[in-house]
Design a binder for this molecule. Structure first.
Ligand SMILES: [Zn+2]
Length: 1012
């Protein structure tokens, strides 16, 4: 999957922190059985005890029988010394008094827990108690099913005693009624003797269940979305059996499960359709199944439809049969591969395709009929990328067809369902006159989803704790493949900024290890974040560039894909494969474990004494609590270049820093060192006063002494060091003095983004004097570059990036030349009735300026209603949400939530745009608080959409009053979201903003003043 906006909009303002270790919210049903205190303590005990027996879930369950159990191997790594978890906030900075209180409290809790824990669990069950017997393990504590009977399973993850082999699935959707009925026949094999079948089902009304020709009762435990059938006699290991379930359900009204959607066609008629989104936990809303990635099986799917509709699924259609009731049954071929349930997909619609054969695969792109002309680019790109991956991985794409479908109503960016990839319209469709930047988005998403057909679909992570194996890899491959297949799209700068943003986020105390423990469904949702995707991709880049030769990385992943084809893996399997092919006996596992098993990344500090250079590493941990220490160490391939050779790849030298510090000899004549060549490593560098001065001197004389990636990396690093408190803001300004000589997109956009963060914070603190000075500072440093930008068509991607950042900034600061030009272009566009064009990369700037006038806003609203090209429509929407008219802002917010004029899928974008402006950010915050329950109905707790909404609304607060408000609101939510990592991040961000402001306001006053 790729989340929408992950790759296209740079996040605003500093992000920040939380303890990744908060315990999952208790289900109300569990509280009756399992007092909170006992749960916490037992959880603690379990962490050391569980590892031995992780394969045998049955016996483990009997032994402990509680939801704290974790069978994943990541569990081991999380109890490694690296992953030391921060203590609960209440005790993290103990004064003597709090220490005493905490100790007393712990003693009480511990003694109560002992009592409760050793109290027989059966007291709480209908089964009654057996005589206490020291050698008998404690019975699991089972919850009640919906019908009052005891539910025979008490964990989030399913037992391993039964494994599905194949599903035979018949669906009968009624798009007008928005309901469906279904029948699922599951063939299973029994791996261990057991007297129960436990599987998933959510909001399904089971009407009939048959096992061995007899009707059986299906129990349901709703909080974990589980179904179960109990038997009086054990099913024996090695046996095969069949369970048939008939059921009915409503089509989902959100963006997951089997959901209904509609769009208005060019004649103004409403057209209905139904589509699926199952990752991560929603296949269970469409059919009863073993809904975990490691329960792979084959699928035979039949869908009944009305005449005039068409259906799609993972496999090609085998036949269509008329049914007596006038419907048609489409039957698809049985899947030729075993796959995880989250990759199953089907669509009922009236879409039309264009197609092409690529080796043995028919590639098609589907859209609503009137957008068929926008599908050529996607077909072309997908075809090229399929050929590339087929040869790069040395494994042919295994299915006979590959469909890419643009769905009018779709929340994520895209989803890699095997053979049937679904997209938003903006991430698949490209207009004839689209800019290279828009093509870059579409090509990136296609490249990402196609990479998943191998990484994720063919080889799948065992459990969601290793989601990065899917997402980090697909993200890395998307950039890598495009560099070869479509070099003109110049995705290098995009990947560079993605790495910067991943570091900003991973620097927070609330971050988590790449491979991290996942125990609740909210935590599964939360894994879809920048650590899994972007840090995952960044560490793969670092690994690839540190291995000798350019083929070793590729050989390792081919080895991995071949060895585990059709199977499930964890992180160690990948590192082992890469170690096996190593020609120079590198221990890849040893190096990479330090990057995947602990959160955060290192700061490398350089100090020099003559010919001796000393490197030291420490955890770059941004925290508002001075007492937080971390002893984490990383295995860092430190790269460096110097003034005599700094540009070509051959100049790069490597020093492996595994310990706290290391020393290197260099010729005394070396004037300066630049570490982290082209920023391919995931670390930040501090050069010390002398080191920075030498680099700044060199740049002021000639910017071309370093690559543009290295210049951007200096800009990023110095702002980060300022947030970390290691350099003064004056030193940041000293570096930025070289900027007027800069012409490349990456360093300029990075500097603008960083200054804009500070500008927005000042704006929202109503520091009007400083806001004005910051404005004149930006205009004086970037003014000549801004003036030299053109407004006509521009072919080069990096020039488009450069000018849209510069002009976007100039116009948002209301710089006269910029706003005049934008108004002029808009007028020409409106007057010409669609014949004159605004270059795609400038539409955002032009529309946003236009939206500031009454007339322009109304014109845009009208254009938005009639726009057929989705990428343009989105930019109009962003402009509408950037107005300073508060009544209009409130209207835009409300209308997006309602979902008729503005699609609800755009609400996260609308909220983040409104929050950027001064006029609307407090309205947006109120709006979120008032409508929280409706928001989490549309976007699941923990999902990327909710993460975006929380971050947009809170990341620009920097005062105690706002901190208190945010804290009070989120803690009042309880199980409706208070435990989310993004909430901790929000609070930590505000604290850090607050501290940064307190420390730097004086420097800002002085520095910006003296500057100009
Ligand atoms: Zn993905």
């Amino acid at each position: 999957m790729i989340e929408n906006s992950m790759f296209e909009e740079e996040p605003d303002v500093v992000d920040l922190a939380k303890d990744s270790t908060t315990f999952p919210a208790l289900d109300p049903d569990e509280v009756a059985y399992e007092p909170r205190s006992s749960r916490l303590l037992v959880r603690g005990l379990g962490e050391n005890d569980m590892d031995e027996d992780e394969e045998d879930c049955e016996s483990s369950a009997r032994l402990l029988g509680m939801s704290f159990m974790n069978r994943s191997s990541a569990h081991r790594s999380s109890s490694s010394p690296y992953a030391r978890q921060a203590p609960p906030r209440s005790c993290s900075r103990p004064s003597a008094r709090t220490m005493v209180v905490c100790v007393l409290f712990l003693v009480i809790v511990a003694s109560m827990t002992m009592v409760l824990y050793f109290l027989p669990g059966c007291t709480f069950t209908k089964a009654g108690c057996r005589k206490p017997n020291k050698t008998t393990p404690i019975q699991p504590v089972y919850p009640n099913s919906t019908n009052g009977e005891l539910f025979p399973w008490a964990e989030l993850r399913l037992p391993y005693s039964i494994h599905p082999i194949s599903y035979d699935l018949t669906l009968n959707p009624d798009l007008d009624d928005t309901t469906f009925t279904g029948q699922t026949v599951i063939n299973m094999t029994v791996l261990h003797n057991t007297n129960r079948i436990v599987l998933h089902g959510a909001n399904l009304n089971i009407t009939k269940a048959t096992f061995k020709a007899k009707e059986v009762t299906v129990l349901e435990y709703k909080p974990r979305q589980q179904l179960a059938v109990k038997f009086s006699e054990d099913l024996k290991a090695g046996q095969y059996c069949v369970l048939t379930l008939d059921y009915s359900a409503n089509l989902s009204h959100t963006y997951d499960g089997f959901y209904n959607s509609s769009y208005t066609d060019k004649d103004g008629n409403k057209r209905v359709l139904a589509a699926t989104q199952f990752e991560p936990l929603y296949a269970r809303k469409a059919f009863p199944c073993f809904d975990e990635p490691s329960f792979k099986a084959t699928f035979l799917i039949k869908i009944n439809r009305k005449q005039g509709y068409m259906t799609l699924s993972n496999m090609p259609k085998a036949k269509s049969t008329p049914l007596p009731n006038g419907l048609v049954q489409d039957e698809f071929e049985k899947t030729s591969v075993k796959m995880s349930t989250y990759l199953v997909a089907f669509i009922v619609s009236n879409f039309t395709p264009i197609s092409r054969n690529i080796s043995n695969t028919l590639v098609s792109v589907y859209s609503v009929p009137e957008k068929k002309e926008h599908t050529d680019y996607a077909l072309d790109t997908a075809s090229k990328l399929l050929e590339f991956y087929n040869s790069f991985f040395e494994i042919e794409y295994p299915l006979k067809k590959l469909d890419l479908v643009a769905i009018p109503d779709f929340l994520a960016g895209a989803m890699e369902n095997w053979g049937l990839i679904t997209f938003r319209e903006t991430t698949l469709l490209v207009g004839k006159e689209s800019s290279q930047l828009e093509k870059q988005v579409v090509a990136s998403v296609i490249a990402h989803e196609l990479a998943h057909q191998w990484f994720g679909n063919l080889v799948t992570m065992r459990w969601w704790n290793d989601l990065w194996l899917n997402e980090g890899f697909a993200t890395y491959m998307q950039y890598m493949s495009l560099q070869t297949v479509l070099p003109q799209l110049d995705t290098g700068n995009l990947f560079l900024s993605v790495r910067f943003r991943a570091m900003d986020k991973d620097a927070l105390n609330s971050s988590h290890a790449v491979s991290t423990e996942v125990n609740t469904s909210e935590q599964v949702e939360e894994m879809f974040d920048s650590v899994s995707y972007e840090k995952g991709a960044s560490i793969l880049l670092m690994l690839n560039t540190s291995l000798p030769g350019d083929q070793q990385f590729r050989k390792g992943i081919i080895e991995y894909l071949k060895q585990f084809s059709g199977a499930n893996t964890d992180t160690n399997d990948l590192w082992n494969s890469l170690t096996e092919v190593s020609t120079h006996h590198q221990n890849v596992s040893e190096m990479m474990n330090s990057w995947t098993s602990q959160k955060g990344f290192p700061l490398v500090t350089v100090s020099r004494n003559g010919d001796e250079v000393n490197f030291t590493q420490e955890h770059f941990l941004l925290t508002s609590e001075n007492a937080t220490h971390s002893s984490s160490l990383w295995n860092i391939p430190v790269t460096y270049v110097n003034d005599s050779c700094s540009l070509a790849p051959e100049c790069r030298q490597v020093f492996n820093l595994k310990t706290k510090s290391g020393t290197l000899k260099i010729p005394e004549s070396v004037k300066w060192l630049k570490l982290n060549y082209r920023n391919t490593g995931f670390y930040i560098v501090h050069y010390g006063n002398e080191g920075w001065t030498a680099l700044i001197d060199a740049l002021s004389k000639n910017v071309s002494v370093l690559t543009h990636e290295d210049r951007a990396s200096l800009v990023h690093n110095i702002f980060a060091l300022s947030r970390f408190g290691r350099v003064s803001f004056q030193q940041v300004l000293n570096l930025l003095n070289y900027i007027p000589g800069e012409t490349e997109s990456a360093p300029v956009t990075e500097a603008l983004l960083q200054l804009n963060r500070i500008y927005r914070l000042l704006d929202k603190r109503q520091e009007s004097g400083l806001v004005a000075r910051m404005k004149s500072y930006i205009l004086s440093h970037f003014g000549s570059l801004m003036k030299s930008q053109t407004w006509g068509e521009e072919k080069s991607v990096s020039k488009q990036e450069l000018r849209s950042a510069l002009l976007g900034m100039a116009c948002s600061l209301k710089e006269e030349n910029c706003t005049q030009q934008a108004k002029l272009l808009f007028k020409q566009y409106v007057d010409s009735n669609g014949t004159s064009r605004i270059p795609g990369d400038l539409q955002h700037v032009v529309f946003s300026v236009a939206a500031q006038s009454d007339e322009g806003w109304t014109t845009l609203l009208n254009m938005h209603a009639h726009a057929t090209y989705d990428a343009e429509k989105r930019k109009m929407l962003q402009a509408l949400a950037s107005t300073e008219d508060t009544r209009r802002l409130v209207w835009v917010l409300k209308t997006s939530l309602k979902g008729d004029i503005i699609q609800t899928q755009e609400l996260p974008l609308v909220i983040s745009t409104v929050c950027n402006g001064f006029a609307g950010y407090l309205f947006a915050w109120d709006f979120i608080q008032e409508n929280w329950d409706r928001l989490i109905e549309k976007f699941p707790v923990g999902s990327f959409a909710i993460q975006t909404i929380i971050k947009s609304a809170t990341s620009q607060f920097s005062t105690q009053a706002h901190l208190n408000q945010v804290q009070a609101f989120f803690s009042s939510l309880k199980e409706r979201g208070s435990q989310m990592r993004s909430v901790q991040e929000a609070l930590e961000t505000i604290r850090l903003n607050q501290r940064w402001m307190e420390e730097n306001l004086p420097t800002l006053r002085k520095g910006l003043y003296h500057g100009h």
